[in-house]
Design a protein around this ligand. Structure first.
Ligand SMILES: Cc1cc2nc3c(=O)[nH]c(=O)nc-3n(C[C@H](O)[C@H](O)[C@H](O)COP(=O)(O)OP(=O)(O)OC[C@H]3O[C@@H](n4cnc5c(N)ncnc54)[C@H](O)[C@@H]3O)c2cc1C
Length: 399
């Protein structure tokens, strides 16, 4: 059997999730070609999402079946606009955020009017975001349904052997970007388990949501309701055994459980399909090694409590694109990239980790302190603005 010839590519991005896709498009906008590779096959996307699409590709099958919704910051919207991938029609603006704790005093309200912004953020289905990004791809820039067999590094780069449709291909790249999403347990990744699972689904609220997002802290974990079209996207965080039973409930029992956790300010009906995600903080110790770099969830996976994950991942993609476009592919540009990401990723991880660990318990003194904290946020605008700005702008709000 003859061996496959080696194909050469400057930058190979492994993982065509929203972070890998953003990097590819940001590089293309600056005139730098790259090749995407994903283990998922692409599949057909409904006509309305594909209208005006330049690419013959569908969205990857896994993305199409993902019922998750993401809260995106103003900063993320601006970056997506710059690469022509802001899915305006699919995005629901958040005008206010209501933060409270179950069975305890103290609440605060963050209002877009205090920041002279059209919205505090936007909610969008993961699949609609993936479709908007995929629609910008040029033909022949993605290898879908590919399984990586080997990775071999030498002085010039990384050689990748892969299998696609039964055929073996060999690629040689000067830079391999890892954007494969949440990593498994491995020594290169520091893991801190939250012993919580997020059960997600969509429900219809009555009365309507009025563009308000709710963040409700409970001893089981945070409950978030994000306005999405006429629905709420629910992130119902629970200890694993309670998540087992919530996943097994019929729709009526599930709606009642959600209602108990949320309270009586509104009622819910018509729950959609449910899916669960185990939650842990995963921080990769090193972002760059030789000719490889890690971005997005594979670099850091956070608890979804304050909706930071993709907002952080897109900043990884953007800063890496900027470094490569201005300084080229070199050890120095990669080292500078890695150093430039530390404050943002560690600050965001610390911020979400503290929120989860402080709020997810029933310890009476902490409950009192939480109530006082929420009251202080409400009565003290500078403290409220500190929290709000991190939600609206992410990294740009750090000192
Ligand atoms: C319940 C929940 C709610 C969330 N809410 C928010 C929110 O409100 N706001 C927010 O900003 N973030 C949120 N996040 C986080 C957000 O979903 C992630 O940060 C984002 O999806 C990361 O994108 P990614 O491209 O890095 O990884 P992924 O979206 O996981 O994509 C990875 C891609 O890599 C591919 N891949 C994996 N392994 C391989 C391999 N070996 N070879 C080839 N391809 C591979 C996969 O098929 C996939 O296409 C939430 C997460 C969860 C779980």
């Amino acid at each position: 059997m003859t061996e496959a010839t080696v194909e050469h590519v400057d930058i190979l991005i492994v993982g065509a999730g929203p972070v890998g896709l953003t990097l590819h498009l940001a590089l293309a906008t600056g005139g730098q070609q790259s090749l995407l590779l994903d283990r998922q096959r692409d599949s057909v996307v409904p006509g309305d999402l594909r209208r005006g699409a330049a690419s013959p590709l569908g969205v990857l099958a896994a993305a199409q079946n993902d019922p998750r919704a993401l809260a995106l910051s103003q900063g993320t919207r601006q970056l997506l606009e710059q690469i022509g991938a802001w899915p305006k029609r699919a995005a629901t603006p958040i005008e206010t955020i209501h933060i409270s704790q179950k069975d305890g005093f103290g609440l605060t309200l963050i209002d877009r009017n205090d920041y002279a912004l059209p919205a505090l953020g936007y909610v969008i289905r993961y699949r609609d975001l993936a479709a908007a990004l995929t629609a910008r791809l040029a033909a022949d820039t993605i290898i879908a349904g590919a399984e990586i067999l080997t990775l071999t590094t030498d002085d010039d780069g990384v050689e990748v052997t892969l299998r696609q449709d039964g055929a073996v291909r060999r690629l040689k790249t000067r830079l391999l970007v890892h954007a494969e999403g949440t990593p498994d347990d491995e020594p290169a990744v520091q893991v801190s388990d939250y012993a919580q699972h997020a059960v997600i689904c969509e429900v219809t609220p009555n009365p309507g949501h009025a563009q308000r997002a709710w963040e409700r802290f409970t001893p089981d974990g945070p409950l978030a309701l994000l306005p999405l079209g006429g629905e709420f996207s629910v992130v119902f965080t629970l200890p694993p055994t309670k998540a087992d039973s919530v996943m097994a409930m019929d729709d009526a029992a599930f709606t009642a459980a959600l209602q108990r956790q949320f309270g009586r300010r509104m009622t819910f009906s018509k729950p959609g399909p449910r899916r669960r995600f185990p939650l842990a903080l995963r921080l990769r110790k090193t972002l760059v090694k030789g000719h490889e770099v890690w971005i997005g969830n594979t670099a850091q996976t956070l608890h979804p409590v304050s909706g930071q994950g993709f907002n952080l991942g897109i900043r990884d993609a953007w800063q890496l694109a900027e470094a490569l476009l201005s300084e080229g592919i070199s050890p120095a540009s990669l080292a500078r990239y890695a150093a430039s990401r530390q404050l943002d990723r560690r600050g965001s991880a610390f911020f979400t980790d503290r929120i989860v660990r402080t709020f997810s318990n029933d310890f009476a003194p902490l409950k009192l302190a939480r109530g006082l904290g929420l009251l202080a946020l409400d009565l003290c605008p500078p403290a409220r603005h500190f929290v709000a700005k991190r939600m609206i702008w992410g990294a740009r709000a750090w000192p």
